[in-house]
Write a protein of this length. Structure first.
Length: 196
């Protein structure tokens, strides 16, 4: 019976083998989540982020700011609607307040704005073209299948948009279009996080 250990005992042994957390680790675990919470409150208009972060001592302020920036950067997204555009603007303004290297940040923002504007303007046209192409393709496949089944070539009205195959193909085409934008967006997010 001595050979059998409880799950708790094994977990405690593993924890001991990892060693004690450093003072810096403990501070990060405390202050990063506080910054994340403040950023979330800021995004829903419940606090003034800069004022709240300013209430921390110098050592903690950097970690709180880092936590807040992580959340703010994650909230920069493709401008799929007006709400997303407003959220982007709000997050970008707050990040600018928290960063020291404003020039480098503005350089990344220029690239970011370009891709967001392209998504909004050109992307709309691309999404429309993808919609029409998928519609034509699925309709042609359905007509061909109907002709093979019935042997007749009489014109039949097909409501393509209501077909699950159309919805699936459209989602796939739109996801492929968005993936290009999301890849660039991810790169710019990382650049923003790397700026002092």
């Amino acid at each position: 019976m001595d050979e059998m250990k409880s799950a708790f005992e094994r977990a405690m042994e593993r924890a001991e083998s990892l060693g004690k957390a450093s003072e810096e680790d403990l501070r990060r675990w405390k202050y990063l989540p506080e910054g994340e919470k403040l950023a979330a409150k800021y995004l829903i208009n419940e606090c003034d982020l800069v004022v709240e972060i300013g209430r921390y001592d110098d050592d903690a302020r950097q970690l709180v700011s880092e936590g807040a920036q992580g959340i703010l950067v994650k909230n920069i997204d493709l401008p799929r609607n007006e709400l997303a555009k407003k959220a982007n603007k709000k997050a970008m303004e707050a990040i600018k307040e928290l960063k020291h290297d404003k020039v480098s940040l503005e350089n990344v923002y220029t690239k970011l704005r370009r891709i967001l504007n392209h998504y909004e303007q050109e992307g709309e046209q691309q999404r429309g073209q993808a919609y029409e192409a998928v519609k034509r393709d699925v309709e042609a496949k359905m007509r061909q299948a109907l002709q093979q089944q019935s042997g007749a070539s009489a014109p039949v009205r097909i409501d393509v948009e209501s077909q699950p195959q159309f919805q699936q193909e459209l989602r796939r085409a739109l996801a492929q279009l968005e993936s290009q934008y999301l890849t660039l967006l991810g790169e710019y997010r990382q650049e923003i996080l790397g700026i002092a």
